[in-house]
Design a protein around this ligand. Structure first.
Ligand code: F6R
Length: 242
């Protein structure tokens, strides 16, 4: 694990965006694994600026997002499809059909999860996977006690994850209880992984992920077993490291 600690989240964000831009330059048809959430918003803004000002192009790349809420259609205002269109896809140059998320409104979510996993495999698996970190140690929506070898499937969201994401919904009760998420095994097949975590609220779980035992109680700790992980932190998120 390579751990990069930046003074501010601005330089940390720039560092993660640069890793993606460099990969696109060396491998224009890279398969990107993408995440949503608050941490990623600045990364997408930075990549949009690089596309506009420096001409980085996503035209030959493909993307697969980590997860989507079950029950939300792609045009639902709180779906991750909408998040990705608004914050990223509509402002860069991915080719039509090259961006993928699970369908939260699929009539058979289990079949949709299997279809999504097969689509990732058919694309040759993820080249560069971007990850955020849940305060409970989740990656994607692989909540604590998830199988460390799991594939894309349905997961029940914990109360703490639903509370953390309630800010995107009109009320706490509107936050879906289920999601389709790439599995931990799916994520671990990625060639390279870049995980970002910012702020003091993530400090304890960052220390568990990097210095604690590998355990399903902290799903992100499995990243200790991956060959090419870069963890990008600000000083606050790094403050509980030994
Ligand atoms: C979202 C996702 C989640 C988030 C994590 C951190 O697609 O996969 O694992 O990355 O919950 O979210 P923020 O950045 O909002 O703290």
């Amino acid at each position: 694990m390579k751990v990069l600690i930046h003074e501010t989240r601005e330089t940390a964000t720039g560092c993660a965006a640069a890793l993606i831009a460099d990969r696109l330059a060396s491998e224009p048809d890279v398969v990107l694994g993408l995440a949503t959430g608050g941490t990623m918003e600045a990364v997408y803004a930075d990549l949009i600026a690089r596309h506009r000002d420096s001409g980085i192009s996503f035209a030959r790349a493909q993307s697969f997002n980590l997860d989507e809420y079950i029950g939300l259609s792609p045009d639902h205002p709180c779906s991750y499809w909408t998040y990705m269109r608004d914050k990223f896809f509509d402002q860069v140059d991915f080719a039509p059909g090259h961006t993928h998320l699970p369908r939260g409104d699929a009539p058979d979510p289990e079949a949709e999860a299997a279809r999504y996993e097969a689509a990732i495999v058919a694309a040759g698996d993820i080249g560069l996977q971007l990850l955020g970190l849940g305060a409970n140690g989740h990656i994607g929506f692989n909540e604590p006690t998830s199988s460390l070898s799991s594939l894309t499937r349905i997961k029940t969201l914990t109360r703490s994850t639903r509370a953390a994401n309630a800010r995107y919904f009109a009320s706490d009760d509107d936050v879906p209880r289920l999601a389709i998420t790439m599995g931990i095994g799916t994520i671990m097949r990625a060639q390279d992984i870049v995980l970002l975590a910012f702020g003091e609220a993530k400090a304890k779980v960052v220390a568990q992920m990097i210095e604690g035992p590998v355990t399903a109680a902290c799903p992100a700790s499995i990243l200790q077993m991956h060959r090419k992980v870069t963890v990008v932190l600000d000083e606050a998120a790094a403050s509980a490291l030994a």
